[in-house]
Design a protein around this ligand. Structure first.
Ligand code: 4AD
Ligand code: MG
Length: 463
């Protein structure tokens, strides 16, 4: 069907010209004089277009009067200037064909308002609601802005593998990939014999594309990955998913300071772009989800992020007169409550914590001269806490090798990672942005399960 998308129809000034549109009925109102007003949405924009159909249309009584929310229709008609307030154009129908009916008795979105918990159970229909349609378009705009930022700044898009033989973060929170018959796993002397598994070794779903990004950064200069990552951590919180999307730039000839600068510039660019591309969605979030969100985002765009060493941030939190649920201490790291208190109450703008104790960070982070800390950085946003985690990488062969041994990691798994430090090693750095956390932040949504189309969380992989 050749149709005009509703977003284009709404912008058009081709008055009195023929137009074909198609979509799903949001509401219909029949007026006494043989008129019906149909609010039609095709997903191309937040806004509906109003269709006016009258009894001169042959199937007016048999079809149009029976239309209910959720029915799909195609409309041929004329685009006309709208006399009604709040819309510039409407479509005067010449013919309306019903494509698919939606029984009002059983169509779950017949009712206007549903809880987000309920909508999670109908993930196949929730994108037809205002909220989830808006989230989907924001995810799209944000993805595009991410590519745009990197493409404009000399980065190459890298496809890092989903199935991997290494554990980047060393946290052991990985999903196994196997074709073994679980009732009949091959063993040698009691131990599982992975040489008989599909890849001839033990493999998992990746937790991060960073190690592969480092390989390509040390050849192409600046690269970024943008793909799904998987973590089998049993965290049932409003900001954790078992499958989430991560953006991981990696830059050669780059230190921690440049890494922080790039991350700040990047975040500001993609937030600004998304706000500009999705004004209707942002207005909706601000009205119905979080009426501070546009102001908060504006504040973030206009504030220089505050860089604070971990040691100082810890002292600030210890000095603050608040009781936290989790204890504070050099080797405890920060929990979400600490992160939020820092950014929301103490600093009142985004905070970049740098120089973390080496004990609480991954093996690959560059050791600082003090011997105690590593050149790591976490960016903290209000409401969400950590949104970005990154570091300068250890580029010194001996230091890296000793750290791997010290931590008791299998050194043979890292042979290629170590070789990169033997052949033309350079200082390099990168970071990972939790894409879904940023969507959650921008939309003001309370739960990360409601900003990804099909959430995977412990005990839940429906749809
Ligand atoms: O801090 P993380 O674990 O860092 C890394 O994976 C590094 N390899 C990144 C790098 O330097 N290239 O994760 C990065 C970000 C976090 O700051 C957070 O925003 C997000 O990923 N994240 C999650 N988002 C949703 N659900 C989860 N379970 C997440 N775990 C991390
Ligand atoms: Mg982190």
């Amino acid at each position: 069907m050749k149709r005009t998308q509703i977003k284009d129809a709404l912008q058009s000034t081709n008055y009195n010209n023929p137009i074909t549109i198609a979509g799903w009925v949001r509401t219909k109102r029949d007026s006494k004089g043989g008129f019906s007003f149909i609010e039609l949405n095709d997903g191309s924009s937040f806004q509906n277009i109003q269709v006016i159909a009258d009894e001169s249309i042959p199937n007016y009584t048999s079809d149009i009067l029976k239309l209910t929310a959720g029915c799909s229709i195609a409309v041929q008609g004329t685009l006309v200037e709208s006399p009604a307030q709040g819309q510039s154009v409407e479509v005067k129908a010449n013919s309306v064909s019903v494509i698919g009916l939606a029984d009002p008795e059983s169509y779950p979105l017949q009712k206007k308002r549903h809880s987000f918990e309920f909508l999670r159970q109908i993930a196949h229909l929730r994108p037809r609601t205002n909220t989830f349609g808006a989230i989907a378009r924001v995810r799209n705009a944000l993805s595009f802005a991410i590519h745009q930022f990197f493409q404009d700044n000399g980065f190459f898009y890298l496809h890092s593998p989903i199935i991997t033989g290494s554990d980047c973060e060393g946290a052991g929170e990985m999903f196994r990939v196997t074709t073994f018959d679980l009732n009949n796993i091959p063993r040698v002397d009691g131990a599982i014999d992975f040489s008989q598994d599909f890849f001839g070794k033990s493999t998992n779903l990746t937790v991060s594309g960073q190690l592969e990004a480092e390989i390509y950064a040390l050849a192409l200069g600046n690269v970024y990955t943008f793909g799904p990552t998987f973590r089998a951590e049993n965290s049932n919180t409003s900001r954790h998913l078992s499958e989430f999307w991560m953006v991981e730039p990696e830059m050669a000839f780059c230190d921690l300071q440049q890494d922080c600068e790039t991350a700040e510039k990047f975040l500001k660019f993609i937030i600004r772009e998304t706000m500009e591309k999705c004004p209707d969605e942002m207005a909706f979030f601000n009205k119905f989800i979080d009426n501070q969100i546009v102001e908060t985002l504006g504040h973030i765009l206009n504030s220089p992020f505050e860089i604070i060493p971990y040691k100082e941030a810890l002292a600030m939190l210890q000095k603050a007169n608040v009781t936290f649920e989790y204890p504070l201490g050099w080797e405890h790291g920060f929990q979400a409550e600490h992160e939020r208190y820092l950014t929301e109450e103490l600093v009142k703008k985004p905070v970049i914590i740098i120089d973390f104790p080496k004990e609480i960070k991954a093996f690959y982070m560059r050791r600082n001269d003090d011997g105690q800390t590593v050149a790591a950085m976490d960016i903290l946003f209000p409401h969400i806490g950590e949104i970005v985690g990154g570091s300068q990488r250890e580029e010194r062969y001996d230091v890296l090798k000793n750290r791997i041994l010290e931590l008791g990691l299998h050194i043979e798994d890292y042979w290629w990672y170590l070789e990169l430090r033997q052949f033309g090693s350079v200082e390099h750095a990168g970071f990972g942005l939790g894409f879904d956390r940023l969507v959650q932040f921008i939309s003001g949504m309370k739960n990360i399960r409601d900003i990804i189309p099909f959430p995977r969380t412990p005990q839940n992989a429906d749809f």
